[in-house]
Design a protein around this ligand. Sequence first.
Ligand SMILES: [Zn+2]
Length: 97
Amino acid sequence: MNNVISVETAVCAEHQRLLEQCQGAMDIWNEHRAEFCKSHPISKEAGDELLRLQAKYARAHTVFERHEHNCLLCQFVSRAVERDSECSPGIYSDSIL
Ligand SMILES: [Zn+2]
């Protein structure tokens, strides 16, 4: 048994792409939130912008989770390694689930 697929080579490119998209959206959202929090009171435009960024992150996260759920390669990888690079589900509290 010397033909075990190494985890490195089994990483799903689409998974990486979606993860980066998800983390990128979250970074932008966090940045804007921190920025707007400094300037009270928050204007309506800023509030709308935050909601828009939050929705964008939520959407990216949903796509990411759906991919993980449907992708055979990702399921194989997630079984093979501890998932430690998961996109932080910051806005998903237990109350939603
Ligand atoms: Zn995948």
